[in-house]
Design a protein. Structure first.
Length: 206
């Protein structure tokens, strides 16, 4: 039995795997409340999101403990990928040119991931899947594939950014008129409402 997931309370609001990955930190300039503070947290995140189950996670925990240097290297790659993908999404949604350095990071990880992609027999048919194993970077494979697919799709225009203070979370805006403003109305939305109420009350106090 795996211990209780320390990231079990992390909100899941992105609507796409790569957006959830970007949302493992609140702000990207200061890295406020970064959830990826160790390789184990990368695995915990994958469990929380549903990228893998406990059976697949156990050997990753064990291998990371046996080879901490490689685990740290993969964590560094994960954070670099997250930040590059975030900037690519932000640039794309604004109609701006992608930074070549960020594209290089994306394509480097994409080339590594696609070498492990397989077509498998599943439920009487065929489906995409990943080679089995305990490679420490396997968590990044579906993330970078999803990011690449989203970046070249029409849905890129639906990527929204939370307007909350100290929140850079991204989400797929599926509202009819693309009017979503917050990652979550219960958190950033309510805080913004409270701030507006405070400013109005303070302005009328005199």
């Amino acid at each position: 039995m795996i211990a209780e997931n320390p990231l079990a309370g992390l909100n899941v609001i992105g609507g796409r795997l790569s957006l959830e990955f970007v949302n493992t930190v609140d702000t990207h300039d200061t890295l406020l409340d970064d959830k990826l503070t160790g390789y184990a947290n990368l695995v915990w995140w994958a469990l929380h999101i549903g990228v893998m189950d406990e059976a697949a996670a156990r050997p990753l925990f064990a291998r990371a403990e046996a080879d901490p240097a490689t685990a740290e290297e993969v964590l560094a790659r994960a954070v670099e990928l997250r930040e590059a993908v975030y900037r690519l999404f932000v640039a794309g949604r604004a109609g701006e040119s992608a930074d070549e350095a960020d594209l290089a990071v994306l394509n480097r990880e994409l080339s590594r991931a696609l070498g492990w992609l397989r077509v498998r027999a599943e439920d009487g048919g065929l489906a995409w899947g990943w080679e089995d194993g305990d490679e420490l970077d396997r968590i990044l494979w579906p993330v970078v594939r999803d990011a690449a697919e989203l970046l070249v799709s029409y849905d890129l225009s639906r990527v929204g950014k939370c307007q909350g203070e100290n929140c850079d979370w991204l989400y797929l805006d599926t509202s009819r008129n693309r009017s979503r403003r917050w990652c979550d109305m219960q958190s950033c939305g309510n805080r913004a409402k409270a701030r507006r109420h405070y400013r109005r009350a303070k302005g009328g106090a005199g």
